[in-house]
Design a protein around this ligand. Structure first.
Ligand SMILES: [Fe+2]
Ligand SMILES: [Fe+2]
Length: 278
């Protein structure tokens, strides 16, 4: 695979400069409000990645291998996800004032959510990161499959591949810390479960709210609008969400066969339902 250099520092596995945004079949997407809301919300969350990288790097400051990967690969790749999706939004839905909506999102989000709760041990924090990457990898896989035109399919596929690689890296570091910290299976399961509950809460809601406000200036945002959005995403998920992949990734830190995992968790569907928004 070729790699691309940004500012001479970072090798990225793909470059948004190679995406042919001018080829977007706009008529295939311009009237798709749900798709617009999904892609715009995702762009806000991804482009804000650096806000919560800092305390993660701080937490692992005496692990140079992990810090180096986070700073040189993980963060720049997440930021490119945001930038690539932003350009897609600006090209496919040019009437949307991305900058203004993002400013509203950022003001609210940085006030309430910039400091993520870190897990009590390093091994468990790596488990939590695996959950987040499971969620993003399967979300972008879904988006790639649901995309009504090839440029969005390409962007979402590229991002999904990055998120799977992020998962593999966090899983590698999880195994490394597991060897020294020996977290119990119950603690791992609790971390999986707790993080799964949190995944689609604040940031997706705030992102959607600001996307909605700027794209519907005549309407007053109501929580019901978010519910409508979620219903639409769930409908998309029923058709395109990669449940098998998500379940396998989600359960892997437990070291159980998926068949046993299904019995351990209250239900496989409940375990993966959370993944649908991120
Ligand atoms: Fe990402
Ligand atoms: Fe990621």
């Amino acid at each position: 695979m070729t790699s691309h250099t940004v500012d001479g520092k970072t090798d990225l596995p793909w470059s948004m400069d190679a995406i042919r945004y001018s080829d977007i079949a706009r008529d295939a997407v311009e009237d798709d409000a749900l798709l617009f809301q999904i892609v715009a919300s995702a762009s806000f969350i991804e482009i804000t990645s650096d806000l919560y990288t800092e305390n993660l790097i701080e937490y692992f400051r005496d692990d140079p291998e992990l810090v180096d990967w986070l700073a040189q690969h993980w963060e720049p790749e997440e930021l490119q996800h945001g930038a690539a999706l932003k350009r897609y939004v600006e090209t496919a839905w040019p009437e949307f004032d991305w900058q203004r909506a993002y400013a509203g999102f950022f003001a609210e989000y940085s006030r309430c959510c910039s400091l993520e709760n870190l897990a009590p041990t390093r091994a468990l924090e790596m488990v939590a990161r695996c959950v987040v990457e499971t969620g993003t990898a399967s979300f972008y896989r879904m988006l790639a499959e649901a995309a009504p035109e090839p440029i969005l399919h390409q962007i979402a596929s590229n991002i999904a591949a990055d998120e799977v690689r992020h998962y593999k890296n966090f899983y590698y570091f999880f195994r490394r810390y597991r060897a020294s910290e020996h977290p119990g299976r119950t603690a791992v399961l609790k971390t999986l479960w707790d993080r799964a509950q949190e995944v689609d809460t604040e940031d997706a809601y705030i992102a959607f709210k600001h996307v909605f406000r700027v794209s519907n200036p005549e309407a007053e945002f109501q929580p019901a609008d978010y519910e409508t959005f979620r219903t639409g995403v769930r409908r998309m998920g029923r058709e395109y969400f990669p449940y098998g992949m998500a379940l396998k990734m989600f359960l892997k830190p437990l070291g159980l066969a998926p068949a046993i995992g299904r019995m351990v968790l209250p239900s496989a569907a409940a375990a993966t339902r959370f993944l649908i928004l991120r």
